[in-house]
Ligand binder design. Structure first.
Ligand SMILES: CNC(=O)Nc1cc(-c2cccc(-n3cnc4cc(C(C)(C)C)ccc4c3=O)c2C)cn(C)c1=O
Length: 286
């Protein structure tokens, strides 16, 4: 046995929990951008797996709660969800290791491709369907996204669209983002019951999905243009104002957006119903 008094080197310390990733198996490359939590870099895991690595700036996120939740999030698997591969939680900053999406955020993709895709309504409809399928899956797992928007979706190979950062909103420590009166709160994607009582549900995700559909059919415009957040609350909640039909949007598609924006969440369809409505439209070429 080792001489007394020497401190035994602790084991590598990598918990053998399935969601713990050994950071020595990661190679990091260029920065992809900065998110709510800090820098995100492109990387390789075990030499052959392309990943994106979110490096959690200290103090931006409730790390312990997130690490605990990571186990649940890792179990959420769907072809239209950005896959969480694991975390490096035995270090600071902690790393979140996720599937790499070649074309970046859907919002930037829409803006870049605006001239081309606005001429292809069935392509736009297909993007809505992909997001709807991911949301139908989250709804079936009773998992609420809380910040569904084109900026939080990503585009990969063959123009697959995936929903990212689901549920992470719960761990943001920045009050400007979490408080519905904060400057970073996504007011323009929030329904009356969230603006009034912060009552999140899959039906508040449905409202946000309607706004996301509008973003897709406008090629990435800002909802309500330059109108200030508080003015949007007044118009939408108290005067029943809604986003107008985008030029590239067929009437039947706009009808689906409008039902997502029913004031009473009980009158909004769930994602399973929305998927049927969208799938029926995509069958009829128009
Ligand atoms: C060119 N390819 C790429 O750039 N690919 C990719 C870019 C990003 C990326 C890069 C920078 C910032 C962010 N980002 C954006 N918004 C966020 C919002 C939140 C909430 C909590 C506010 C919802 C949390 C984290 C983020 C976040 O990390 C992402 C997703 C992530 N992934 C997986 C890619 O494949």
């Amino acid at each position: 046995s080792p001489p007394t008094g020497t401190s035994q080197p602790s084991t590598a310390g990598f918990g053998h929990d399935i969601w713990e990733i050994d950071p020595t198996e990661l190679e990091l490359f260029e920065e992809l951008g900065r998110g709510q939590f800090g820098s995100v870099k492109r990387g390789k895991w075990r030499k052959n797996k392309s990943v994106a690595v979110k490096m959690m700036q200290q103090g931006m996120m409730n790390e312990d709660d997130f690490i605990d939740e990571a186990k649940t999030m890792k179990m959420l698997q769907h072809e239209n969800l950005v896959q969480l591969y694991g975390v490096c939680s035995k270090q600071r900053p902690i790393y979140i290791v996720i599937e790499y999406m070649k074309h970046g955020s859907l919002l930037n993709y829409l803006k870049r491709q605006r001239g081309v895709i606005l001429k292809k309504p069935n392509k736009l409809l297909d993007m809505c369907l992909q997001v709807c399928r991911a949301m139908k899956y989250l709804e079936s797992q009773s998992f609420i996204h809380r910040d569904l928007a084109a900026r939080n979706c990503l585009v990969g190979d063959n123009l697959v669209v995936k929903v990212g950062d689901f549920g992470l909103a719960r761990y943001v420590l920045d009050d400007e983002y979490t408080s519905s009166s904060g400057t970073k709160f996504p007011i323009k994607w929030a329904p009356p019951e969230v603006l009034g009582y912060t009552r999140f549900s899959s039906k508040s995700d449905v409202w946000a999905f309607g706004v996301l559909m509008w973003e897709i059919f406008t090629g990435g415009d800002m909802p309500y243009g330059k109108i200030k957040n508080q003015e949007v609350v007044e118009q939408v909640v108290h005067h029943g104002k809604r986003l107008e039909k985008p030029q590239a949007c067929p009437g039947e598609v706009y009808d689906i957006m409008m039902v997502c924006w029913e004031k009473d969440e009980r009158n909004r369809p769930g994602f399973a119903v929305l998927e049927n409505k969208l799938a029926n439209l995509s069958d009829d070429d128009y």
